[in-house]
Design a protein around this ligand. Structure first.
Ligand SMILES: *Cc1c(COP(=O)(O)O)cnc(C)c1O
Length: 380
């Protein structure tokens, strides 16, 4: 963890709003994922935080990548662009999955020469893939329970389990190859049962496919959703991993390749925001701090990620419940109405917020003319 003192020095050196990325934390989260899930190849979900330096740190550590747009593909590709042609194609084959089940024609056409691993979950997509990316290798995304996840995805994506094998056979009839199954249990899933149920369901569908004559599946993608330790209520990752490993070993023989797409787990604890108090007022008897970062910027996860962030100050003092507002003119730009902060903070002093590395700067805008936070990279 980067100390408060270092955060303050960085803010003084670089100005605010500041977004500090701790690359040692990125490396250690990736290492923990590998350690506790030794059978699982980790494809970092680039959308969680697409900073090219994070992607490079993970590439150097040996990670694979989950992408969902050409722009994300190019961020990853930057790391392999100097490889010889054959080696580069082989690397993409083994290390990239395009995990957005719905893809534009142009995207498919652009990726086809790489024989990309692609997810799909509906019949229309099969026709599109056959036309624009006939060389791709398919993974069928299943709809699974997202109960208890902070961000739910099951209403937007996933084939119904009872239609899954029909869809696999339909893709085969169209000359496409379905290599496996995937699911996403919902982001920041603290309900570990979701993984167990989803793995069990996938095993049933593997079996049904075999029984109906389709035996070409050799891949299971257990998706993302692995929770970041935002607070004490999140049980340890080792506990979740133990349950996943037991279920995988029970149901999937060693020749089935297992992959996952962790995003938040890798990036969440690796980002810290430092902002400056630019205004201070008392409204309806409540102390309000106005800072130079907000929900249109680094704190966008409050809106898009259903996330809440705690704030801290470098100065100590008697505390009270305060409101913290962002800098724009929009009434929506509220970071917290219930933040316990010292009441003696002055204009030009700093506030900081840890564990804001995922789905934060990634969804930042230029609304009201305020630019996104400056990013600094720290290797401890
Ligand atoms: C967003 C997403 C992920 C990453 O999810 P996390 O909850 O951040 O781990 C993985 N796979 C897919 C398909 C996604 O859409």
């Amino acid at each position: 963890m980067i100390s408060a003192k270092v955060l303050q020095q960085l803010a003084e050196t670089h100005g605010t709003p500041l977004f500090v990325i701790d690359h040692d934390e990125v490396r250690s989260n990736y290492a923990a994922f590998k350690k506790y899930l030794p059978r699982v190849q980790a494809y970092y979900a680039v959308k969680a935080n697409p900073e090219p330096a994070i992607v490079k740190t993970l590439f150097d550590a040996g990670a694979s990548f989950d992408i969902s747009s050409i722009a994300e593909f190019l961020v990853v590709h930057e790391n392999i662009k100097d490889m010889p042609e054959k080696e580069r194609h082989d690397w993409i084959l083994d290390n990239i999955i395009y995990a957005n089940p719905i893809k534009a024609n142009e995207t498919l056409a652009e990726l086809d020469s790489y024989k990309p691993l692609l997810t799909f979950d509906n019949l229309e997509e099969i026709k599109k893939i056959r036309q624009y990316a006939p060389n791709s290798r398919l993974v069928l995304r299943l709809r699974v329970s997202n109960a208890g996840a902070m961000v739910e995805l099951s209403s937007k994506f996933g084939a119904e389990p009872d239609e899954a094998v029909d869809m696999i056979l339909e893709a085969e009839k169209e000359g496409l190859s379905v290599e496996g199954l995937s699911f996403h249990v919902g982001s920041q899933t603290t309900n570990f049962e979701n993984y167990v149920q989803a793995i069990d369901l996938a095993a049933l569908i593997f079996r049904e496919a075999r029984e109906r004559g389709y035996d070409k599946m050799n891949l299971l993608d257990i998706g993302g959703g692995f929770p970041a330790p935002y607070d004490e209520s999140v049980r340890p990752f080792s506990e979740l991993a133990k349950r996943i490993n037991a279920e995988l070993d029970r149901l999937f023989p060693a020749d089935i390749k297992i992959i996952a797409e962790p995003g938040r787990f890798i990036a969440g604890t690796a980002g810290t925001s430092v902002s400056k108090i630019i205004g201070k007022a008392v409204r309806h008897g409540k102390l309000c701090y106005y800072i130079d970062d907000g929900v249109y910027h680094t704190f966008s996860g409050i809106i898009f990620d259903h996330c809440r962030y705690r704030m801290g100050s470098f100065k100590e003092g008697p505390t009270q419940i305060c409101t913290v507002f962002g800098p724009t003119c929009d009434g929506l730009d509220v970071i917290s109405m219930t933040e316990e902060l010292p009441s003696n903070l002055e204009r030009d002093e700093f506030l900081y917020s840890r564990n804001i590395g995922a789905y934060s700067g990634a969804t930042s805008t230029w609304f009201n003319g305020f630019p996104p936070a400056t990013v600094v990279h720290v290797n401890r």
